[in-house]
Design a protein around this ligand. Structure first.
Ligand SMILES: Nc1nc2c(c(=O)[nH]1)N[C@H]1C(S)=C(S)[C@@H](COP(=O)(O)OP(=O)(O)OC[C@H]3O[C@@H](n4cnc5c(=O)[nH]c(N)nc54)[C@H](O)[C@@H]3O)O[C@H]1N2
Ligand SMILES: Nc1nc2c(c(=O)[nH]1)N[C@H]1C(S)=C(S)[C@@H](COP(=O)(O)OP(=O)(O)OC[C@H]3O[C@@H](n4cnc5c(=O)[nH]c(N)nc54)[C@H](O)[C@@H]3O)O[C@H]1N2
Ligand code: SF4
Ligand SMILES: [Mo]
Length: 708
């Protein structure tokens, strides 16, 4: 108290960066002791330049959230009981040791979620722990997110290390199935997305290709309202047009790529007629886009969850890469560049790390290629039910809201011998845990920029902890290292006493053994090395050239053409969307709900009105939500966000109908029906015949879409 009796605050502002999503915006965090009183954007950050989205601004609320976990817990007689931390670590290690003794280390699994990816020290230790055990049961949210990108990089480049980024000189940008104004990007960060698009618009054209008129589409020069699940047809047509009209210097191309003839043959069916039929685009719109590509010297194609989650997800990535390779847009100004990483420094290696071809596939899906050292997350229930997976260590993942087939997953999780969860907030997954550890959140720990290959510039950033860790919370890396030590795995190094190791020591290893002083020098204003690095990747390809026609993708396209030309059944195509104030399952500010968005025509034929309580059902399950009738969504599809424990959209999604190469579930593209609850229950879910990859039939629009 001051002399006049008013409360005196000792406010202090610290510079840090947000680790909720990969945009990694710079923050200025104002604290009063251990209370976070304000978080706002850092105007000196070279990329975000003062921008902060509503979630970043709510980091303080997250830190002080009543659901914020404290303490360590062990399940006893069905209940999670607060337990002394040492004892809880020993119990977790004991449970794993028992599973190993009875079933071998291969029955212990690891699951990394977005909360784990963005805690690089913990992700590093989890990887070492898994390597030390030598188990193939590795999972992450990558296989319910962006695995098509990793798969296609492996098949076309022979490496999974190449992550393309938009270039600041590109005059033509195609943004397909991504809404960065809300999401801030899937595999390339968009700090300050509206400003980025404004600059791209000032240089040239930005086409947003999305069945929904999104927040990003509103900022773009053009919105192309495509039918969901048909982007491959559009891209095949664009590739075909480049080959036929623009012409390709084959001799020059062959220095950079192989498989040109096979690619040309594979896309040849997609003439304007078939493409407009499949995609639902007006012929004039297709011509405008084709001309834009024809006239642009180079182009950048950014894809997102809208395509990687869709049925032809692999084809979209393949054809997008092919389009960029044919137009010599990769690794060049005006196209897309690959980030070699601030610490990773891929451009200083003679060749890029080649994808091993010997990684074992999941026994339950041998056709799925293991290119990233992990198995499809959608197979977790199957692996548990088969008895192969008996203990699961979960770092920062909301399994029950992220993975398909919620009811099956919930039952399977309940049968695990051990479910060891490291998280910061209580949720449905932590409630299933047998052992639960409360971890330091991002304000309570030092960090370096995670995943430097995914950053939109070659730069890095270090932050110290902003507030002291709360009682009963531990660094996730340390909890994992202690459990590992309990089963004889030394993750930090042989004979090293964990007590003497600091978070900075681990971060220095994450940053490729960077000198700790060099790391700490990144505190304050982050260091920007280069905005973009060109002309380094091509020369370092493990096979020297791009493969324009990987056989497995050509086979998938041939099969897809069959589907494209077939008549499809009734139903609406379910597509995903993200919300501004949520990160997957966590609401950073309240007010958003899991409404289903439906086009007025589709609503009309189903007698669904704005605000009606509706049932959305698939052949797998059903959810009850509120209908929002809006022409912002294309007729023939409906949009539902994920991450809600109650109205969990993943109840509608199959854990069996997975992509044969990537193991990706149909998070975009599942067929559903929508019925007004007041009009009575319409019986069981859709028949199996309607499930899966179908493109909406025009029959739906004329009202034939009612379920049988
Ligand atoms: N606010 C917020 N930001 C987030 C997240 C969050 O939950 N909330 N999650 C983070 C995570 S984990 C990720 S992976 C990224 C994802 O980032 P994005 O990939 O940008 O995700 P969305 O914003 O959902 O945008 C996907 C878009 O694809 C469209 N779409 C759906 N199906 C199709 C289709 O078949 N074809 C085409 N062309 N479009 C389609 C949808 O209408 C939607 O507009 O966002 C990250 N950022
Ligand atoms: N139907 C449908 N399903 C989807 C999607 C979709 O669009 N539609 N999107 C998919 C995608 S792209 C993804 S990435 C997944 C998301 O899947 P998850 O990554 O599982 O999603 P979250 O719910 O964000 O879970 C992150 C967890 O990390 C915790 N966490 C946050 N910060 C920290 C931290 O600092 N330390 C630790 N230890 N934990 C932390 C959070 O409390 C939360 O429990 O969902 C996928 N599932
Ligand atoms: S966009 Fe939002 S959530 Fe993502 S890093 Fe920036 S402030 Fe954080
Ligand atoms: Mo994601």
């Amino acid at each position: 108290m001051s002399l006049d009796g008013s409360v005196m605050f000792v406010l202090e502002t610290k510079r840090s960066f947000c680790r909720i999503c990969i945009a990694s915006c710079g923050t200025l965090v104002t604290i009063d002791g251990d209370t976070v009183v304000d978080v706002h954007g850092d105007p000196d950050h070279p990329l975000s330049q003062g921008y902060l989205c509503p979630k970043g601004r709510a980091l303080g609320a997250m830190h002080h959230d009543p659901a914020r976990l404290s303490g360590s817990f062990v399940r006893r007689e069905g209940m999670l009981a607060a337990t002394d931390h040492r004892v809880a670590v020993e119990a977790a290690a004991g449970a794993i040791a028992l599973v190993i003794a009875e079933h071998g280390p291969g029955s212990v699994g690891f699951f990394l979620g977005s909360g784990g990816f963005l805690d690089p020290a913990a992700a590093f230790v989890a990887r070492k722990f898994r390597q030390g055990l030598g188990t193939d049961q590795g999972y992450s949210t990558a296989t319910v997110d962006s695995i098509a990108k990793v798969l296609v990089a492996a098949l076309m480049a022979g490496t999974t290390a190449l992550v393309p980024h938009l270039d600041e000189f590109s005059t033509l940008v195609l943004m397909i199935g991504s809404n960065p104004v809300v999401s801030h990007g899937q595999s390339t960060g968009f700090p300050n997305p509206v400003e980025w698009i404004r600059r791209a618009r000032a240089r040239g054209e930005v086409y947003v290709i999305d069945p929904r008129r999104t927040e990003t589409a509103r900022q773009a020069t053009h919105h192309v309202a495509i039918r969901p699940g048909t982007d491959h047809a559009l891209l095949a047509h664009l590739v075909r047009d480049v080959i036929r009209r623009r012409g390709v210097d084959v001799a020059e191309l062959e220095l950079r790529a192989r498989g040109f003839e096979e690619l040309a043959n594979a896309v040849d069916r997609y003439d304007a007629d078939l493409t407009t039929k499949v995609t639902g685009l007006a012929p004039a719109d297709l011509v405008r886009l084709t001309d834009a590509v024809h006239n642009a010297p180079r182009l950048a194609v950014v894809t997102g969850t809208g395509t990687t989650m869709s049925v032809p997800g692999n084809l979209v990535e393949w054809l997008a890469w092919s389009l960029m390779i044919l137009t010599d847009s990769f690794d060049r100004p005006g196209g897309m560049w690959f980030n070699p990483g601030y610490f990773t420094r891929l451009d200083e290696r003679p060749t890029l790390p080649a994808t091993p071809s010997t990684l074992p596939s999941a026994p339950s899906r041998p056709s799925v290629l293991n290119v990233a050292g992990e198995w499809p997350a959608a197979l977790v229930p199957e692996e548990i039910e088969s008895g192969r997976l008996r203990a699961l260590i979960v770092l920062g993942a909301g399994l029950t809201t992220a993975l398909p087939d919620t009811d099956r997953l919930r039952s399977a999780l309940g049968t695990l011998d051990a479910l060891i969860v490291l998280d910061i907030l209580a949720n449905e997954t932590t409630a299933h845990a047998t052992h639960l550890f409360s971890c330091h959140d991002q304000l309570e720990r030092a960090d370096v920029l995670a995943m430097d290959l995914y950053a939109p510039a070659r730069y890095s950033h270090y932050t110290d902890a902003v507030v002291a860790p709360g009682e009963g919370r531990h660094a996730a890396w340390r909890v994992l290292a202690e459990i590992a030590a309990g089963v004889g795995v030394e993750v930090i190094g042989k004979g090293i006493d964990l007590g003497s190791v600091t978070t900075d020591d681990v971060l220095a290893r994450v940053a490729r053994r960077a000198d700790i002083t060099a790391l700490r020098a990144l505190e304050g204003v982050p260091i920007m090395a280069e905005k973009a690095v060109y002309d380094w990747a091509q020369r370092r390809l493990p096979n020297h050239v791009w493969d324009l026609a990987p056989a497995s993708l050509v086979v998938q396209l041939v099969a897809q053409i069959e589907t494209d030309t077939a008549t499809t059944g009734p139903g609406l195509v379910l597509i995903p969307r993200r919300q501004l104030r949520r990160e997957n399952a966590h609401a950073y500010r309240s007010g958003e709900t899991a409404d289903v968005w439906i086009h007025p025509r589709d609503a009309h034929v189903r007698s669904v009105i704005e605000g009606a309580r509706v049932e959305v059902r698939s052949s797998v399950g059903r959810v009850f939500v509120t209908a929002r009738v809006t022409d912002a969504i294309t007729s023939g599809c409906v949009s539902l966000p994920h991450g809600y424990a109650e109205t969990n959209v993943n109840r509608l999604i199959s854990s069996v109908d997975l992509d044969s190469l990537s193991g990706m579930p149909r998070l975009s593209g599942t067929i559903v029906e929508v019925t007004d609850c007041a009009l009575g229950d319409s019986g069981a879910g859709l028949g199996a015949a309607a499930l899966g990859s179908a493109v909406p039939d025009t029959a739906v629009l004329s009202g034939v879409g009612a379920p049988s």
